[in-house]
Design a protein around this ligand. Structure first.
Ligand code: COA
Length: 209
């Protein structure tokens, strides 16, 4: 599952491919405001190209990797990892709007109304570098999450993921789900997530604009 071979006729050089729109920030961002809500033209693919589906992934919370060293590495860069606070809702939502999509703004706003707040943020010098939500659109789901482009590759994304997964474990979950995954290699490597067969499009099959 996850990668689907496109069947093109041998004489065709390319084809316009339409897929049910999933959930990754890239797709959501491209989707707005010009494309019909639930379908998205992702481009012209050459013969033999692959198209990757939007699947959910499963995480074994009873088998999470140790995260202390990662948190220390992030802290050593002067970055704070913590839950967002209710009075910061506009700031975190603004970050999601600027860097990602309107749909993620909606989810951030829901996550921040939970108690305890179900949204972790990474901050430095009074600015947000990244965020991660859990238990937001569905119970046991991780996401959305995003790190500002300039701050990627420093461990923030993984640290926010681990904070959220540990919070879900603390709530009593044995497993967590990564909903509508974009970078599945990231999740496989960071927390041993595995793809869930048959999960595309999952809950994201009928999305309003
Ligand atoms: C995915 C994302 C949150 C990762 O954040 P990040 O801060 O760059 O990731 P980290 O620095 O914590 O990376 C941790 C590890 O994962 C690896 N990694 C990061 N992004 C990866 C990707 N897209 N694919 C594969 N591996 C990735 C890093 O190389 C690093 O490996 P290491 O532990 O061997 O050094 C970030 O790229 C992002 O915001 N992407 C756009 C939004 C998005 O796709 N969100 C997920 C929707 S499901």
């Amino acid at each position: 599952m996850g990668t689907q071979r496109l069947e093109l006729k041998p004489d065709s050089k390319s084809a316009e491919i339409r897929v049910i729109c999933g959930y990754s920030s890239e797709l959501s961002r491209m989707q707005e405001p010009t494309v019909e809500p639930s379908r998205l033209v992702i481009g012209r693919l050459a013969f033999g190209d692959f198209i990757r589906l939007m699947i959910d992934m499963l995480v074994r919370l009873y088998d999470l990797p140790e995260s202390g060293e990662l948190y220390s590495k992030v802290a050593a860069q002067g970055i704070t990892l913590r839950r967002a606070r209710a009075f910061e809702k506009h700031t975190v939502a603004g970050f999601a709007r600027t860097h990602f999509s309107a749909k993620w703004v909606s989810e951030v706003e829901v996550a921040i109304t939970r108690q305890p707040v179900a949204c972790f943020i990474a901050t430095k010098d009074k600015a947000i570098l990244g965020f991660a939500c859990y238990d937001t659109t569905m119970r046991g789901f991780f996401g959305p999450t995003g790190v500002a482009e300039a701050a990627r590759g420093t461990g923030i994304g993984k640290a926010l993921l681990m904070k959220s997964l540990e919070a879900l474990r603390e709530l009593g979950h044995a497993y967590a789900f990564i909903g509508g995954v974009g970078p599945r290699e990231f999740y496989a490597k960071a927390c041993g997530a595995v793809e869930i067969p048959g999960s595309d499009p999952g809950i994201y099959g009928d999305i309003l604009p």
